[in-house]
Design a protein around this ligand. Structure first.
Ligand code: CP
Length: 309
């Protein structure tokens, strides 16, 4: 992930990579002179085959703030629907002068397929239940803003872990910065091996892990992905692995509440907690703009250099 021109996941990321992007994002947040010239002349294509609010808007704003042009690909109105192959579509996209593609798709691995056919940069904005790397980075930035050094801090991620691309990317980024991660959910929605994904502790009882949490991240029930026998009834999942006001009292006073959004109020998170003093949900969204500026600058900068070379 570090040496390529694509941001597909955080599987091969290291601490230096995460820290560099967060540091740059924090610079953008504090204000960078001439930010609007950083990517002037670049063109970014947004290819969103699944719904999105936060990721689409923040990528668009990030592109605009850096001076890049943003063009939307109309998935349902494209020539893919007329039988054009993905390879030919991506060659066509490149021929029009697009420098980078930001892609969301319901199928895990779809951005990797695009990257095979596209000579510019591909940034994954969420693929199936696989990865959402910029969400992982913005969550890590939010934790760093809150706690500074994450060494020894504990992030608890609760709910439908199995079908969540956010859980994996956010846990990876936090762990790379030294945080301890606990994945909490029913056994069939947790990784099957301990430690989970090679680094995370696993738990099935949320009440027992909340008192040790510095941050708790609730997950939406991924109804669009989890339709199999592994899914408990949504009410049971929400009752056991969601956060309500009574359960939030188990948290330490300094602990923060996170959610990647969109939130189903009253399901995985009681409505009052969304905007409570402990909530950092809006901060996560705010940080998404700056993290995406840092990512676009890094990856478009790379492809621009390669074009010159
Ligand atoms: N967190 C996230 O990816 O939100 P959107 O689906 O609204 O982009």
């Amino acid at each position: 992930v570090i040496k390529t021109r694509h941001l597909l996941d955080l599987d091969n990321a290291d601490r230096t990579f995460i820290e560099a992007l967060i540091s740059r994002a924090r610079q953008f947040k504090a204000g960078v002179a001439n930010e609007g010239t950083r990517l002037r002349g670049s063109t970014i294509l947004g290819m969103f085959f699944e719904p999105s609010t936060r990721t689409t808007i923040s990528f668009q704003i990030a592109a605009q703030r850096l001076g890049a042009a943003w063009v939307d690909f109309r998935a349902d109105g494209s020539s893919l629907a007329k039988g054009e192959s993905l390879e030919d579509t991506m060659r066509t996209v490149r021929a029009t002068g697009v420098d980078a593609v930001v892609v969301r798709h319901g199928e895990a691995g779809f951005p990797h397929a695009l990257a095979r056919y596209f000579e510019g940069s591909v940034l994954n904005a969420g693929d199936g239940a696989h990865a959402h790397p910029t969400q992982g980075l913005l969550d890590a930035m939010t934790l760093v803003e809150e706690f500074g050094d994450l060494t020894g801090r504990r992030l608890v991620v609760s709910g439908d872990i199995r079908h969540s691309r956010v859980a994996r990317s956010s846990a990876q980024a936090a762990a790379l910065l030294g945080a301890k991660v606990t994945l909490c959910g029913p056994p069939l929605l947790l990784p099957q091996r301990t430690p989970g994904w090679g680094f995370a502790e696993l738990a099935t009882d949320l009440d027992s892990v909340l008192p040790q949490a510095d941050a708790v991240m609730l997950l939406r029930i991924q109804k669009e992905r989890g339709t199999g026998d592994e899914m408990p009834p949504p009410d049971d999942l929400a009752r056991s692995y969601g956060l309500n006001i009574a359960r939030a009292r188990l948290l330490a006073a300094h602990a923060i509440i996170m959610h990647p959004g969109p939130v189903n109020r009253g399901v995985e998170l009681e409505a009052q907690l969304v905007t409570s003093a402990q909530s950092r949900i809006e901060r996560q969204v705010e940080n998404g703009v700056f993290v995406r500026m840092a990512c676009l600058e890094r990856y478009l900068g790379t492809s621009a250099r390669e074009r010159v070379a």
